[in-house]
Design a protein around this ligand. Structure first.
Ligand code: ADP
Ligand code: MG
Length: 545
């Protein structure tokens, strides 16, 4: 395609540099739609509890085995611009809700597939996007209507939400225990009805078994006490958080000191020693008995701290420092010279304990009891990572449910119900808008269809069963992928946050709209090869699936 010429007054003018690739109109749309579809299809087989895992091998040979949509897309190193938009959907979903990434991406891919069909029928992209927008607004209203209330007191319900979020991951075998822990952790950090799931700190330690995963009521720091003659345990600890180094700065630049006699040498050493001693005194003067330092602590300073009976930990992660601020009420000290008693925080106990042979520091009985750490254990790194993802899904799922105070049924129930109502709604429109609204409804059913397919069930049969259930028995009929039956998902305890569906619907249709509005792809030469054969895999995905 050579489209980089403009023709003004009969004189062709080169407006784009040599070698620029350009595709326009239908070609551009096709290209983008195929790429987006390819992404949707790539993660489709992982949807639901019976979804398959994917093994991802990066260029260094590192392996990730997962069925987590966001993780898969993250690892795939996707390059096609439209495909990248799909990855953005997953990221947004992950950030906003923490679960439902596969759902969002699969739905968006299907929405674009349906849009492609409409384009084939010569429906203009603007009409399609208009219909999709109408459908989305209506769908959000229907979702609100079919959602069920939930509060933080409903422990059993919250545990079911956690379990639903975890099914299908390796965590499933111990999902009873893990969902119990997830709810316990969330309840601990809840501030009335307000929940910030970031307040649950997650630490991983390979070793032991999944059953050893537990909650620590406090903050767990994956570091050891810095000096062997320091106390390993401090009760009623006064805690200083310091984010500068307890070291003497190296002489910088051209500054030189010339030491030409043993006396000068001694004087120099004394000066350094005194400086460090002075720093340590500034720490102890505040009454601190425990020091968490974000930077380094010089050997000599360690020695002085030990002599003063201070328990010190160095090179603490910034995120841990922030967690410690919240838990202990300490202010982070940036300049030791201005450190004072008011900066000091409190915990009933700070202790170094061994976990699988590694020393970790437990900060417990914190001033603010809302601090909670989830310590994840498991036999291998793969297991621990997968449990972590499952726990994050569970905790975020509970958080998202409480945020809106509403849940929906799982197993494809809401998608079937919304599709059904949307089709009725579509009848009130004529022609092309009606087509687009119906296409949106059809696209939604990709979720129950994929759940059935992935469970080895006949998707056409199961869709028919589900639609029939919704006509006769109501809105909660979903597919139990373990028995193949269509049952009331509220009774079966397969429930999830309304927010998952709301966010998935919003970002999927936004991305579809964005992609449909592009009718011209101009890519600079050397920006890689963005175009791909229709229906083919975008670059970077070859051989992955
Ligand atoms: P996502 O990344 O979208 O969260 P998942 O692989 O976690 O993808 O699958 C989520 C889907 O699986 C949801 O539609 C949810 O309702 C469904 N699901 C979860 N547990 C069950 C179950 N026991 N039976 C049927 N469907 C389930
Ligand atoms: Mg999920």
């Amino acid at each position: 395609m050579t489209g980089q010429m403009a023709n003004i007054g009969g004189q062709p003018i080169l407006i784009l540099p040599e070698g620029t690739l350009r595709s326009r109109g239908k070609d551009a749309q096709r290209n983008n739609i195929s790429a987006a579809q390819a992404i949707g299809d790539a993660v489709k087989s992982t949807l639901g509890p019976k979804g398959m895992d994917k093994m991802l091998v990066d260029s260094l040979g590192d392996v990730v085995i997962t069925n987590d949509g966001a993780t898969i897309l993250e690892e795939m190193k996707i390059e096609h611009p439209a495909a990248k938009m799909m990855v953005e959907i997953a990221k947004t979903q992950d950030k906003e809700v923490g679960d439902g990434t596969t759902t969002a991406v699969v739905f968006s891919g299907e929405l674009l597939r349906k849009a492609g069909d409409l384009l084939d029928m010569e429906v203009h992209p603007t009409m399609i996007t208009k219909g999709f927008r109408l459908a989305k607004e209506k769908a959000l209203g229907i979702l609100q209507k079919i959602a069920v209330d939930v509060t933080i007191e409903q422990t059993k319900t919250l545990e079911k939400i956690a379990e639903t979020a975890m099914t299908g991951k390796s965590a499933e075998k111990v999902s009873d225990k893990l969902s119990h822990l997830a709810v316990k952790a969330v309840k601990k950090i809840a501030d009335g009805a307000k929940v910030d799931t970031n307040d649950v700190k997650i630490e991983k330690k390979t070793g032991g078994s999944i059953e050893d995963t537990d909650i620590i009521e406090g903050v767990l720091i994956d570091k050891e006490v810095v000096h062997s003659s320091m106390p390993k345990k401090m009760e009623k600890a006064n805690i200083m958080l310091l984010d500068s180094a307890l070291e003497i700065k190296d002489l910088e630049g051209d500054a030189k000191i010339s030491i030409d006699s043993p006396e000068k040498m001694q004087a120099f050493i004394d000066r350094e020693e005194n400086a460090l001693k002075g720093m340590v005194e500034k720490v102890t003067k505040t009454g601190a008995t425990v020091l968490f330092c974000q930077k380094g602590i010089d050997d000599l300073a360690q020695h002085f701290l030990a002599k003063a009976g201070v328990l010190a930990v160095r090179r603490v992660k910034k995120s841990d420092m922030e967690m410690l601020t919240k838990a202990t009420g300490a202010e982070i000290v940036t300049n030791l010279n201005s450190a004072s008693k008011t900066d000091i925080g409190y915990a009933g106990s700070v202790e170094e304990r061994k976990i699988s042979g590694d020393d970790m520091v437990f900060v417990e009985q914190c001033k603010k009891p809302k601090a909670v750490t989830l310590l994840i254990r498991g036999g291998t790194d793969h297991v621990v990572d997968e449990i972590e993802r499952a726990m994050i899904d569970a905790i975020k799922g509970i958080g998202a449910s409480l945020e809106l105070g509403k849940i929906v049924s799982g197993g494809g129930a809401p998608e079937i119900e919304v599709a059904k109502e949307l089709r009725k709604y579509a009848d009130s429109f004529k022609g092309r808008e009606q087509l687009a609204i119906n296409a949106f409804a059809d696209a939604l059913e990709v979720i129950p269809r994929s759940l059935a397919e992935n469970a080895g069930l006949d998707p056409i049969d199961k869709l028919a069963n589900m639609r029939a259930y919704h006509d006769k028995h109501g809105i909660h009929g979903g597919l139990d992928v373990f028995t193949g039956e269509v049952v009331d998902m509220q009774k079966r305890g397969v429930i999830e946050a309304l927010k998952i569906k709301v966010q998935a619907m919003k970002s999927a249709s936004e991305a579809a709209e964005l992609i449909l509005r592009i009718d011209d792809i101009i890519s600079a030469s050397g920006s890689g090869e963005p175009a791909m054969p229709p229906g083919g895999m975008p670059p970077g995905m070859g051989g992955m699936m």
